[in-house]
Design a protein around this ligand. Structure first.
Ligand SMILES: Nc1ncnc2c1ncn2[C@@H]1O[C@H](COP(=O)(O)OP(=O)(O)O)[C@@H](O)[C@H]1O
Ligand SMILES: [Mg+2]
Length: 224
């Protein structure tokens, strides 16, 4: 199994009770998994734990046979090979599209960076938009920049937090389709979270139904 999450538990320091309880799931390489649940159910927290932005009180996360976190190990976020796209995209407003993508590229010379930036712009169909600033783009285009920036350093796992929540309803299915194509082209393993059943069904191979921090059921998307 590519991703193994075992008995994950987590409580925010000032919170009265655990927000994640005994969360376990295994994920195959190239699989697209959706965590579906109501607001406040702990979806973003699961992604933060996988990314290494929070430390679980119990449990283990393994990626590609390597333990990222357990009672004695903690691999920091930048060493996990995990890319996360935040719900609000978190683009740098004072940087162009190309500069935003460049930001994630560390261990490359300038020529390699330019090459990778162009590759990513093509992947997300923004070939002519490299010199634009985020405010000059639509919501859907900003989202694709965020995905391009996250995929540029070649993470082995992509986390998407509510990828469609900031988009107009009419555009939603079109953009979902575009993102699906981008993800299939990269054949990357994905965990995305949403409160929307249609998003889950349209994008995921399997759906993890989360309620108040606990897994209720894991179902194949075609059976959902
Ligand atoms: N930094 C924090 N400190 C304390 N409680 C938090 C913090 N972030 C989230 N929570 C609480 O944890 C629960 C789960 O939140 P979250 O993972 O953001 O849910 P979701 O993404 O499913 O809406 C909620 O009750 C929320 O209020
Ligand atoms: Mg959330």
């Amino acid at each position: 199994m590519f991703i193994e999450i075992e008995d994950l538990c987590f409580r925010y320091p000032n919170a009265p009770k655990a927000v994640i309880q005994d969360f376990s799931v295994t994920i195959e390489h190239g699989e697209v998994i959706c965590i579906l649940g109501e607001s406040g159910g702990g979806k973003s927290t699961v992604l933060r734990l996988v990314a290494g932005l929070e430390i679980p009180s119990k449990g283990r996360i393994k990626i590609n046979e390597i333990t990222m976190v357990d009672q004695s190990v903690f691999v920091p976020p930048e060493k996990r090979g995990v890319g996360m796209v935040f719900q609000d995209y978190a683009l740098f407003p004072h940087m162009t599209v190309s500069e935003n993508i460049r930001f994630g590229l560390k261990k490359m010379n300038n020529k390699e960076k330019d090459f990778r930036i162009n590759q990513m712009l093509d992947l997300v169909n923004l070939g002519d938009y490299g010199k634009r600033y985020p405010y000059e783009l639509s919501g859907g285009q900003q989202q694709r920049v965020a995905i391009a920036r996250t995929l540029a350093p070649k993470p082995s796992l992509l986390l998407l937090d509510e990828p469609f929540s900031n988009l107009d309803t009419e555009l939603r299915s079109k953009i979902r389709e575009e993102i699906n194509i981008i993800l299939k082209q990269t054949s990357i393993t994905v965990i995305f979270v949403t409160h929307d059943k249609e998003d889950a069904k349209a994008m995921a191979d399997r759906i993890v139904i989360l309620k108040e921090g606990k897994i209720v059921e894991i179902v194949d998307s075609i059976l959902f």
